[in-house]
Design a protein around this ligand. Sequence first.
Ligand SMILES: [Zn+2]
Length: 326
Amino acid sequence: MVYLRRLFKNHLDETFHDILKRNVVTATRNYNHRVKSFLNEVMMHKSNPMSVEYFSAKLQFRGRGTAHNHGVLWVNMNDMEFMIESLDDKKQTTPIEYNISKLNSILADSDANYAQSLKDAIYLCKDEVRPKTYQNTIAEEQAKKVVLKFGKEKLNIVQDKLDRVLSKFSFVGLTSAFKKFQSHEELTTTEETAVLNFADKFTSVSLCPSVVGKEVVGIVQKVNQHRHTKACRKYDTSCRFYFPKYPAWKTLITKPNSSISDSEKAKFDKILKDIKDVLLDSNAIHKIMSDYEKNSESQIEYNVNREIKIKRLLAKAGYDSEEDCE
Ligand SMILES: [Zn+2]
């Protein structure tokens, strides 16, 4: 792409955009080919830690003919629950690496029976943190022993604690959590943590180069930020997609609250409105943002500063106590 851009800049009279406009069909076919390659070679690839099993995708065209895709993925939750985090706790500054291939290779290298009993054991231990549906305490005890052995021998965890071994599996509880989303049951803390971990590990809305890389930041700023169009005002609202969105420094699961009184609701609505007013005040936002060097700060600095920036925004809206921040 770099060479292509250089070619257009130095050797051709037409701009890249002009040539695209004259060759819409070719450009669309090229786009479609790239999407399909991404689906097959990256998304569905065996090495993808997201363990995508199925997908459904649709190609759509916007008003002036730009092609784009919408889609949904089905992830293999059982595989996901076997995934373990990087074994090196010291590497806190680098993104967490996923070790499913490592775990799989450990399982594959081991004696087949051992691998199977280990798998069974981890499943049984995972059931420990789920609502109990069975009373097989002997099997549970055996399972714990196998997991502890696995933790000590393969994961180099010396502490004799099951919690610590299981904590390496940060998506434990995901399967039951998604079942509960369908049945509207309350999630346990472990299940909630698994969902939050899942969201945090595979999605980001960050524009910080040290978090997602300079190239991604560049692409997102250029083509993937919300700009209001007439579609936003389709139902007589200023933006039916509710942009700008409220900022948060940690991932939250929102839950409907039916027991809330009208006066409480009015109080919360007022807080949200006051914050939205500051969000829409570009001078106020610029003043806060310009005090931080998002482009050069490290991931740790970014995380710290993000919280400070949001708290300054809340203060500007008139909410600055710890209680307000919650
Ligand atoms: Zn909008």
